[in-house]
Design a protein around this ligand. Structure first.
Ligand code: ATP
Ligand code: MG
Length: 432
């Protein structure tokens, strides 16, 4: 036998036992987006590497060590599998001048790629769902996005997802804070790890994002950006807080929240849970007013968030909040292969009527005993078995047998014969 080929490490296959939950969550998300008037955008999975280097910032975890970048063999172009989708959305908006007639509310979903150490809640191909509001400057739209996420947790039945917010101010305020940070970290250089030392003069703010436990005390006592914010930035932040307060949304102000990409300014936020071990951030986002200009567009404000589908699904599973996977309405039991031409016509009618139908399959010689077919019918989760016996078929009839306890009590269809010719009609009975 040839050697097996396995999936790339950290990249998962998703089979029906799980994909039903994925499809359900995706539908819930689409429905939520429709209620908030956000519309779907789909951008390529491969983008020019320069988009992320320029968009996310050179001194970020993603650009420094997590991107799947490669050279196109045919023309030498530098390409990258998208590690996130905001830069791609902004590229698309700019390229097609979509903001010419006003702001846009968009959402996306799909696979993202980061070369990280695979572990629970952290994969190399993972899936994000994100919402972006482009062309709007006020804190009202920041609040809209946060409320939308809160509605999602509520709708899904997730409790224990906590909101943290912060303001990163504007570049000039960050510059001031940066000087203060550098001075502080220089004075404590002996406590910095290798990453921090490297970033001390290139991106000291990112040091605050460290996951190194040994540096937590140092980082906790570092100068706070909040103390360097000017009047306008504070007004924006307070505007957001006022709307959250009015809606009874609980949050904590986490002055250490900085986010992993360089493009953020003003409001940033994360939704975190303690139910997922160390991968506790389920949704994160913020304002990125500088990004559109950075990607070559006419400067315009923007704000958005992205959530990790795998992490949300894990929470839903742990909380037993996932719906039962879909089962067929009817399972066709066919004792004799000779009946197949007649049976196939009836099953088509049922499917055209919207019923979910599973047929026993196995080729013309391997139809299986009645016993094994009924076992399969039970295992399928179907509500009814349709038994296409030869004698009944000859009389133009088919037997319906209820497979589930609740249906067995209903006299309507408990165990009866239905006329084949009326499949259109009785399909409705079975659908209810
Ligand atoms: P983390 O701090 O966990 O690395 P991040 O700041 O890199 O997260 P973002 O880039 O903001 O994450 O992505 C938004 C969300 O996408 C995260 O909150 C998380 O739920 C999810 N996510 C990010 N990276 C991964 C990954 N490698 N595997 C699974 N989900 C991920
Ligand atoms: Mg990360």
């Amino acid at each position: 036998m040839a050697e097996k080929i396995t999936a790339v490490k950290g990249m998962n296959d998703i089979f029906p036992a799980e994909s039903a939950a994925w499809e359900w969550l995706e539908a819930e998300l689409r429905e939520l987006m429709t209620r908030y008037s956000y519309r779907n955008v789909r951008t390529p999975i491969v983008e020019p590497t320069a988009l992320f280097v320029r968009g996310l910032g050179e001194v970020t975890d993603i650009v420094e060590k997590e991107m799947y970048s490669f050279e196109d063999r045919l023309n030498g172009e530098a390409l990258t599998l998208r590690p996130e989708n905001t830069a791609g959305v902004v590229r698309a908006i700019v390229e097609h001048s979509l903001l010419y007639d006003g702001g846009k509310r968009l959402y996306y979903m799909g696979p993202m790629f980061r070369h990280e150490r695979p572990q629970r809640g952290r994969y190399r191909q993972f899936h994000q769902f994100g919402a972006e509001a482009l062309g709007f400057a006020g804190p009202d739209v920041d609040a809209e996005l946060i409320l939308m996420a809160c509605d999602l947790w509520k709708g899904l039945g997730l409790t224990g997802v906590k909101l943290e917010i912060n303001s990163l101010g504007q570049p000039a305020e960050r510059q001031q804070h940066r000087q203060a940070l550098i001075a502080y970290f220089e004075a404590h250089a002996d406590q910095l790890d290798e990453d921090a030392l490297r970033r001390l003069h290139t991106n000291p703010l990112r040091i605050l994002d460290t996951k190194n436990p040994a540096m937590q005390v140092l980082v906790n006592e570092a100068p706070r950006l909040m103390d360097h914010l000017g009047e306008e930035s504070l007004a924006h932040f307070n505007g957001l807080r006022a709307i959250l307060d009015a809606n009874g949304i609980a949050y904590t102000v986490n002055t250490r929240l900085v986010r992993g990409m360089d493009y953020y300014n003003l409001s940033v936020f994360e939704f975190v849970t303690d139910q997922l071990g160390s991968q506790g951030t389920v949704c994160a986002g913020g304002r990125y007013d500088g990004l559109i200009g950075q990607i070559g567009g006419k400067p315009a404000p923007a704000v958005g968030w992205a959530l990790g589908m795998e992490r949300i699904l894990e929470l839903l599973k742990a909380g037993k909040l996932l719906p039962a996977p879909p089962a067929p309405d009817v399972f066709a039991v066919v004792p004799d292969a000779a009946a197949w031409p007649a049976v196939s016509q009836v099953l088509r009618v049922l499917r055209q009527q919207g019923l979910k139908v599973q047929m026993h399959a196995g080729g013309f010689d391997g139809r299986g005993s009645m016993k094994s077919q009924f076992k399969k019918a039970d295992g399928s989760g179907a509500r009814y078995a349709l038994v296409f016996g030869q004698d009944e078929l000859a009389q133009g009839m088919v037997s319906v047998k209820a497979l589930r306890a609740t249906d067995e009590q209903s006299t309507e269809v408990a165990q009866k014969q239905l006329p084949l010719a009326d499949a259109n009609l009785w399909a409705q009975t079975l659908a209810n």
